[in-house]
Structures are given as C-alpha cells and as structure tokens.
Design a protein around this ligand. Structure first.
Ligand code: ANZ
Ligand code: ZN
Length: 842
C-alpha cells in the first residue's frame, strides 16, 4: 500500500476548498447561523503551537457545525497595532507598517498550510484605515453619547525616553528600556466610561452560562463591587473636614489614625507651608502607578500634626498622616487606619508606633495579641462597646445605621473598576479623531474627514511619539472656526481594536462600522476560544464596548460572546547546560537534541544535557517547536490531530516527539483502511456488530465535540478505527469507513478528503452532512427477536432489550420477509414474548 501523500493532499484539497469557496459565510443563507471565533493573533512574525492548538479547536467546531447544517461564520484577522512594531522600528529601522504587513503575510501562509476552514474573504487587519477609520467613527459616536471624556490623570513617565509607559513596562520602578527611575506625571487623557456599566457587567455574568466559572469570577473580582461607608472626619480646632471610605465600618473602634493621599487637596494645601511635607509628596510621586508597585512599597507617612474627631466618641482623637499607600483615585483619597485588621495599616502603625487594638476575635479565641499579621477573618466584635458580641456583618450594618441616623455618613457602593484610559503616546495605533483648537477646545473630526490616517513618513530616531514630531501632520484647521489647530497625537489603546473586531467580521460595509441588521444575524458569537490570559481585560473591554453600542442603539445584543472556552498552553521540556555559579544556564532547542531514554544529548557534541521541567514554550527557554517544521515532517493533519489528542483542551498539552509520531501513524492507519476498501472486492455480509459500533461512535463523538472534549472524541475515533480494522471486508465495512471519514474530517480534513475521493465518493467530504446516529442502535443490550408465522421461524431482527411490545410487533409486521409470508393477510393473533419472539397466527 502507498503511504498517505500528505503534501499532495494538502495542496490538492486546500485548492479545492478555495475553488469551491467552501467556507465563505453567506449572510443571506436561510440556514441557522453559527459564529465560531478564535481570538485573533498579534502578527508577531510566526505562528506558534499555541495558535495551532487554539485554531484547530475552533476549526473542529466550525467544520462540525457546517456539516450539521449551520451557516458558519469562522473568520480570521490580525490584531495588528501595538508596541512590538515600534520596537522593531527602533531596533532595526524598519517601518512598523512594513514589519507588520510582512508578518501578516508570513503568518497567513502558515495558517493556510494548516487547512483551517476560515472565510478569508472577511480577513481584516486593525492597522488598516478601513478598519481603524470605522473605529474612529465609533469612538466619536460614544463621545457624542457622553461615554467618552477627557481628564487629567497620572501616568508613568520615563524621563530618559521621554515617553509614557504602560504599567507592564515599569519594572521595579524603572523604565524597562531606559532603566531610568519612573516619575508620575499628570497628563490630559481620554477615558471611556466603563464604570457606568459596572453593575450591568456584573449582572451580565449571570447570563453567561457557557463561560468558565473561573473567568466569571475573575471578572467579578476585577470590577470589585464593595459595599461600605463614607463618612466625614472633622479636623480638631479647624473649620476643615474630609471624607473617608471604608469597607469595614465594623472596625471603627479599632481606628488609630487617619491618612490622606499625597495628591489629596488637603495634603497639597498643607505642603505649601510645610517644606518637609512637600518633599515627602515629591518622593511619593516618583514610582509607578500600578497597584502592585504601590502595594509592594514600604509604607511611609508624614505626620501633619492635625488630628480628627472619632465619629463614635468625640473624646477620642486620631492623628492625621499623609501616607504613600493611600491612592487619590480610589474612594475619597482618604482612610481611617485600623492596624489590627488591615495589613497596610499594621505595617504603618508599627513603623510610627501607633496603637494596635484588636476589635474582631475569631469564635472561641482568647488570645487577642496582634503580632505582625493583621486578622481579616470572621469573628465577633470586641473592645467595641455597644457593638461587642455582634458578628462582622451585624457590626457593619449597625455602624452604617448610626452614621446615617446621626448624619455623619452614608452607605455607598464602591467599585475597584476605573474608567478605561485609552490614550497612548504612540505612533502605531488608531489616531484619536480629535482636533484641539485654542478657541473651540477639543473638536471631533467631522465624519466626512474620517479616517484620520496615520502618516507613513515618520522617524523613530528621537525619543517620544513620532506623531508629535511630524512636521506637518498635526497642523490642521479647526473644523469649527477654521483657525489653526492641532490634531490629537495620542492613539487608542490596542484593546480598543480588539473590542469590536468580531462585529466587523460579521458585517464590514465600506461606509460605516457595520450594518446592524447583518451583524444581528450573526451575533452573539456562539463559541469564542482563546487564552486564559485574556480572561479579564480583553473580555471585559469587549463586553463593555458591546454594551455601550447597545445602549446607543447600534446593536441589539448586550453580550458579545455567548460561549467562551479558554484553552491550556502548549508546553515542552527544556534542555540546558549549567554554566557555573551565578551564570544563567545555556538552553538548547529540541531539534538540536537526541533523547536517550531518560536523558538527552546534544547532536553537535554527543555530550549529555540536562532535561528540565515541562513548561510553556518560550523563546527564552528555547523549548519551542516550530509548526512549519512539524507540518513539513508529519503533515498538517498529524499536527492538528496531535494538538487535539493528548490532554483535555482546558489543560496544558505537553508536546512530544512520541505524540506527534503517534498522530502520524494514526493518519496512515486511516489511509490504509480507505485504500484497502477501495481495492478489495466488496464481499461478505453486513455486520450488525460493526454497525452498532459506528452508531455509538457517531453519537458519542457528536456529544464530545459539542462539549469541546476533543481528546475524548479522538480516543473514540481510535476505538472506531480498531473496530473497523477487525471487521470483515465488505459493504458494511466500507459504509463504516465512509462514516469514519465524516467524523474525522473536522480534525484531519485533508486525509478525509483524499480517502473520500479514493473511495469513489463524489463531492467534498467537507460538504457531506454530519452522520446521525440511529437511537435504536445505541442501546447497550441488544436482543434478537425471532419472528414465527404459525410457529415456524421466518425472520429475526435485533432490537433493544426491554423494547416496548407494540414497537416490537410493529417492526415484525413491517419486515419484508413477513409481509411476503403473510401474503396480504392480517394475522388472527399476535403473541409477543418480550425480548424473545413474535408469533403470528394466521
Ligand atoms: C478601614 C478599614 C479597616 C479598612 C479594616 C480595611 C480593613 P476594597 O475592599 O479594596 O474596596 N481604602 C479606602 N480608600 C483607599 C484609598 N484611596 N487608598 C488606599 N486604601 C484605601 O478596600 C477598601 C478599604 O481600603 C477601605 O476599608 C480602606 O481601608 C482602604 F480593618 O477602612 B478600610
Ligand atoms: Zn476652533
């Protein structure tokens, strides 16, 4: 027998699908619609195994749904703006656009080699004006609806590179590129009012039954709704007061100080006359804005000398500090500190020798001493006068009730979620379509002047934003008064690009962002698949964006993704050699290694290397396997098969040579079955046992794919292949193989097409309907029912054990042989012995 010629098959069938336009989604189709989407890739240069795994899963669903009669939308595109393109420009002098477009071309051809059933006619790249121009239109729609605003806010400023850094680009308080100590600066920036949707975004999680529980929880925590009390502290001996926000009003009798944010108006005012405080505030401003940075810092404060009155007992006063761990843009920018029950407060209290009073005691604990860990668990209130004995919730309610009754505080709901700052001081992004005029202020670019196109002629030899340095681009006339004005040179956060691409895939007219009627036919996305690293920001922003468009009447869905699946990573062992104390080990790529039982050697020198842990594939550890190389060696189908087979899709998949070889062997086995069947004469009889195995496989595999349990489906296909191999050659076996091919087609489509054609089937297996299991053949226990006419055996048939008498009788009477035997007479009497026989008396 011939080996399966995967290279020939890949070329042949990819061309056939393209020629037939098999995977184009037709908006006008009367079939029910299914939208299957994988998170679109960043065009970094080459696809990696994580992409292969992600897109293979989506492809199995898309192809299966298509076979099941759905009109499937399965698009692909490029999340093409972002920093790496600018880094390439700075490091290698290539234009971000050229770099990005070359990467897209390379990755597109890699994806095509894998035979994914994408509707390439809908391909989009976010860096092209036809996409980002429509994004600008949407931005202006949201601005008109009051969902966009401009305000001053703190950013991380790199004083050497003269640029704003994202929180991730600040490492230990220093710029990732320059190494300079980062400063906090205030800049005017654009914000989207995501906080307006905080409650909706929480409530919406309830409707997302097909999302992982874990992701819903992460979103809920990120939005971070907390109930608390906002109350006023009166400053002793002055006509001033300030508000604090607390989620723990129950601990008020444990208060030992109050603290203000360095940027709090009272701090700023005091600093004018207190040089020491001014210095302290300046020190606080150095350092990043990320919460992690702030939490990691040593807690420091400056005693203002002021004190405030305790609201529950006017005889108690508390000192007021300015503290580095109090943030201006959370709550009210001021707190009361309760060291026994808050770790930050405890660290602070120890440093400044403030009292530490325990006010919550766990049930049955007598020792109330506080060491260096704050107690945040449940318990009953102590040292709290009239609150003593209450549990935490009762205590909170009691203090809130008293505050409201006495008029010094109110219950409030607070969110951790902040409005979404979308301004980036970068070139390679969507230009914010605003023009600044000295007379008119910030003026939206009129719709007929969109898109605001990025200039191509920019340089990266100077620090800062190239749009800002461009000699002419930003100088325009004000659309309102005609006076000389300046374009906004900030671009939008790339998360904006990925917040609506799935809508543009569904509908992409040239003259507007999307056609609502067409988009409505496809949305919400039925199944979205991607990495869990996007569980918070991307998904939250896309949910917000969809809700915002819904609120302004542009789209009819509130949630963009009905089903979500987060797949595990692809991992590989590492190979390294130690290079001595204090020096990082030297890592080697898998293709340079020979595995020797439990160890490994380097091909170059035959000497051993250390085999390390199985971890996520990464360039730095060199444990990456290049998809191109694997496709060339084993074929696209073997790669697809392997990424589906070895572990549950939500878990990590350890890449192994043995695994991909096993996948390759499976492809050959299926091919051999088909080839043999095509050449062997069709003799023998139908095999009832094989038919039952086939139908059971059909039912089980259909259910597995529905639940995205691809590894289980794969395991059942192995079983089915074994069952077919054991069965005698003949028409029954050939039928079984044809069903096998339809089941295998979503996973190994080239193999399935080639075998389908070899078996003389007309048309594409991609166009063949999904097999449907006969429920009668699925039951576990099957009995043979003998049919007698006047006591003489005439026929028999198989049916489910315990089958209904009437059904058994009907089946018996309908059989060809019996109809003939009865010669048109109706039996006088029918005797049914359950699970055994039907006797017809004529
Ligand atoms: C007193 C208290 C006692 C607090 C206690 C906690 C424990 P979440 O749950 O994250 O909303 N806080 C309030 N505003 C702050 C700000 N601007 N910067 C830093 N911390 C601030 O956190 C709410 C708690 O964080 C509040 O409750 C407040 O400290 C602190 F045993 O008030 B708490
Ligand atoms: Zn003007």
């Amino acid at each position: 027998a011939q080996k399966f010629d995967y290279q020939g098959a890949e070329t042949r069938w990819q061309a056939a699908w393209a020629a037939a336009d098999s995977f184009r989604a037709d908006d006008a189709s009367p079939r029910p619609k299914a939208y299957v989407l994988e998170m679109f890739p960043y065009p970094s240069g080459r696809i990696h195994m994580g992409h292969v795994r992600n897109y293979t899963m989506g492809d199995v669903i898309a192809r299966t749904r298509r076979a099941q009669g759905f009109e499937v939308l399965h698009p692909m595109g490029w999340d093409a703006f972002g920093m790496p393109a600018e880094n390439a420009a700075m490091e290698r002098g290539v234009h971000p656009g050229d770099w990005t477009r070359a990467n897209i071309a390379a990755m597109r051809s890699q994806l095509k080699r894998l035979g994914f059933a994408f509707d390439w006619s809908r391909e989009l790249a976010t860096c092209e004006p036809d996409y980002y121009g429509q994004e600008q239109a949407l931005f202006l729609d949201l601005l008109a609806a009051g969902l966009v605003y401009r305000k001053e806010s703190a950013v991380n400023w790199d004083p050497v590179d003269m640029t704003v850094l994202a929180n991730e680009q600040v490492i230990d308080g220093r710029g990732w590129r320059s190494g300079a100590v980062v400063e906090r600066r205030r800049l005017s920036q654009w914000f989207l009012r995501i906080t307006d949707f905080a409650d909706d975004l929480i409530a919406g999680l309830e409707t997302l039954a097909d999302w992982p529980e874990k992701v819903r929880l992460m979103q809920d925590n990120w939005i971070g709704r907390s109930q608390g009390l906002r109350f006023t502290f009166a400053v002793v001996g002055a006509d001033t007061s300030f508000d604090v926000f607390t989620t723990r009003p129950d601990t008020l009798f444990g208060a030992s100080f109050a603290a203000l944010a360095p940027d709090h108006p009272i701090s700023t005012a005091l600093a004018e006359t207190t040089p020491g405080l001014a210095d302290f505030i300046a020190e606080c401003r150095a350092g990043g804005t990320a919460t992690a940075d702030i939490e990691g810092q040593e807690k420091k404060g400056y005693d203002t000398g002021l004190s405030v009155v305790h609201p529950l007992d006017p005889t108690i006063t508390l000192p007021v500090f300015v503290a580095n761990f109090v943030l201006m843009d959370y709550g009210t920018g001021a707190i009361f500190g309760c060291p026994a029950h808050d770790q930050r407060d405890l660290d602070f209290a120890r440093k400044y020798a403030l009292p530490v009073t325990r006010v919550v005691a766990p049930e049955g604990e007598a020792d109330l001493a506080v060491a260096d860990e704050a107690y945040t668990g449940p318990g009953r209130l102590v040292h709290s006068r009239w609150l003593d004995g209450m549990d935490i919730d009762a205590g909170k309610a009691a203090v809130i009730a008293r505050a409201q009754a006495e008029g010094w505080g109110t219950a409030v709901t607070q969110y951790r979620l902040r409005d979404w700052g979308v301004s980036r001081q970068r070139y390679w992004g969507t230009p914010i379509p605003i023009i600044h005029c000295d007379g008119c202020g910030a003026v939206p670019v009129p719709n007929d002047q969109l898109p605001v196109v990025l200039p191509e002629d920019v340089g990266f030899d100077r620090p800062g934003n190239p749009l800002d340095h461009h000699p002419t681009w930003k100088h325009v006339a004000c659309p309102q008064c005609g006076a000389p004005a300046r374009r906004e040179t900030d671009t939008l956060d790339t998360f904006v690009n990925s917040s609506w691409y799935f809508i543009r895939f569904a509908s992409a007219p040239a003259d507007r962002p999307f056609d609502p009627a067409v988009a409505a036919q496809w949305l919400p996305v039925g199944q979205y698949i991607g990495g869990v690293e996007h569980a918070i920001l991307h998904l939250l922003y896309a949910r917000f964006w969809t809700r915002a468009l819904n609120r302004i009447g542009m789209i009819d869905v509130a949630e963009p993704f009905a089903g979500l699946f987060t797949q595990g990573m692809v991992t590989h062992e590492t190979y390294s050699r130690a290079q001595g104390e204090g020096v990082a080990p030297l890592f080697f790529a898998p293709e340079d290694i020979v595995r020797t039982g439990t160890g490994a050697t380097l091909k170059a020198d035959d000497a051993p290397v250390d085999v390390g842990r199985v971890i996520k594939m990464s360039k730095s550890k060199k444990n990456v396997v290049d998809p191109d190389h694997i496709i060339a060696t084993y074929g696209a189908d073997a790669v697809r098969w392997f990424v589906l087979s070895d572990s549950p899709p939500e878990r990590d998949l350890a890449w192994s040579e043995a695994g991909i070889e096993g996948a390759w062997r499976f492809v050959q086995r299926v091919w051999r079955l088909a080839e043999d069947a095509a050449t062997a004469p069709a003799t023998g009889d139908d095999d009832g046992k094989l038919t039952r195995s086939v139908h059971r496989a059909v039912a089980a595999i259909t259910a597995d794919i529905d639940r995205l349990q691809f590894n289980k489906a794969v395991a059942r296909l192995y079983e089915l292949v074994s069952a077919i191999e054991k069965a005698a050659a003949g028409p029954g076996r050939t039928d079984a193989i044809l069903i096998l091919l339809r089941l295998v087609a979503p996973m190994a489509p080239h193999l399935a097409e080639e075998a389908w054609a070899t078996l003389g089937q007309s048309g594409l297996v991609a166009d063949a309907p999904w097999p449907v299991a006969d429920p009668a053949l699925l039951v576990d226990d099957v009995v043979t029912i003998a049919i007698q006419v006047n006591g003489k055996l005439k026929d028999s048939f198989e049916t489910a054990k315990g089958a209904d008498k009437a059904a058994v009788e009907a089946e018996a009477l309908a059989r060809d042989k019996i109809v003939r035997a009865l010669g048109g007479l109706a039996p006088r009497k029918v005797i049914v012995v359950p699970d055994r026989l039907v006797n017809l008396v004529v």
